[in-house]
Write a protein that binds this ligand. Structure first.
Ligand SMILES: C[S@@+](CC[C@H](N)C(=O)[O-])C[C@H]1O[C@@H](n2cnc3c(N)ncnc32)[C@H](O)[C@@H]1O
Length: 245
């Protein structure tokens, strides 16, 4: 399936890539990956992205007394830290597939936080029992996955948690997408974060693709989509208890 969905235009179908980001490559030095992760953390702190992501998650849990939250693809761990700071009783399982990221998070304050557990975990094969969490959160990571894996995240996230919250880059209409790419491309060879940003842009899914991925995982999964052209794309997925697997 094209990243823009089956109804994508011809131009939209050209604006995609299978090329992995530095963060997802085995042949890239950990120091380059660290540079991308640190830059993401810095941008998130300066532009309050971590607060925004944590706020969206906690809004979904407004009626849950002591929520259990699973963060997938936590990277630097700043979103989990913000969740713990902004909710007095939330318990957070902080995870990532990258062992170096998990080790760095575990070595910091979250490693000894009384309401945090830090673990290595693959969002496409979550090592947890059904219904273990109130919310599973996957922020700025979903586009990294090819359609088959991405669909697995819908299946796994809604299996282990009552709600799966995916927050990712929006996929603009193709002409606007070209403009977005043109502003980033000159810096891509020099700045690792921008290099990964260009690839992220080419890999992000459209609303129709997201619905198709969830349906492919299980037609019983319901999907609510929010977000705009410039604001993050927000996906809240869940399934009826009897439909969980
Ligand atoms: C761009 S970082 C996002 C960091 C953080 N969530 C944020 O909002 O800034 C993407 C993260 O997704 C992780 N990742 C990629 N594939 C994954 C998978 N299959 N399961 C879990 N994490 C994955 C990467 O290791 C990386 O740390």
């Amino acid at each position: 399936m094209p990243r823009g969905g089956f109804d994508a235009s011809c131009l939209d179908r050209l604006l995609q890539t299978d090329r992995p980001e530095y963060l997802d490559r085995d042949d890239v030095d950990d120091s380059v990956k660290r540079q991308v992760t640190d830059a993401l953390d810095w941008v998130g702190r300066v532009f309050k992205n971590h607060e925004q992501v944590a706020g969206i998650a906690l809004d979904l849990l407004a009626d849950t007394a002591d929520p259990k939250i699973l963060e997938l693809g936590a990277g630097h761990g700043a979103v989990s830290r913000t969740l713990l700071e902004n909710h007095p009783t939330a318990e957070v399982t902080v995870t990532d597939i990258n062992p170096a990221s998990v080790a760095a998070i575990a070595a910091g304050d979250l490693g000894s936080h009384p309401r945090a557990v830090v673990r290595e975990m693959d969002a496409t094969a979550i090592d947890a029992a059904d219904d273990s969490f109130d919310l599973a959160l996957f922020a700025l990571s979903f586009h990294r996955l090819a359609p088959e894996q991405a669909s697995r995240v819908f299946a796994e996230g809604t299996r282990v948690a009552k709600q799966l919250l995916i927050i990712d880059l929006p996929r603009p209409p193709a002409p606007l997408h070209l403009v977005r790419l043109a502003t980033m491309l000159p810096l891509a060879p020099f700045v690792p974060l921008v290099h990964d940003g260009v690839i992220s842009s080419l890999r992000c899914y459209s609303p129709s693709a997201l619905r198709e991925l969830a349906h492919h995982a299980d037609p019983a999964i319901t999907v609510e989509l929010r977000g705009g052209l410039v604001s993050p794309q927000i996906v809240v997925a869940s399934r009826a208890v009897s439909g969980r697997r």
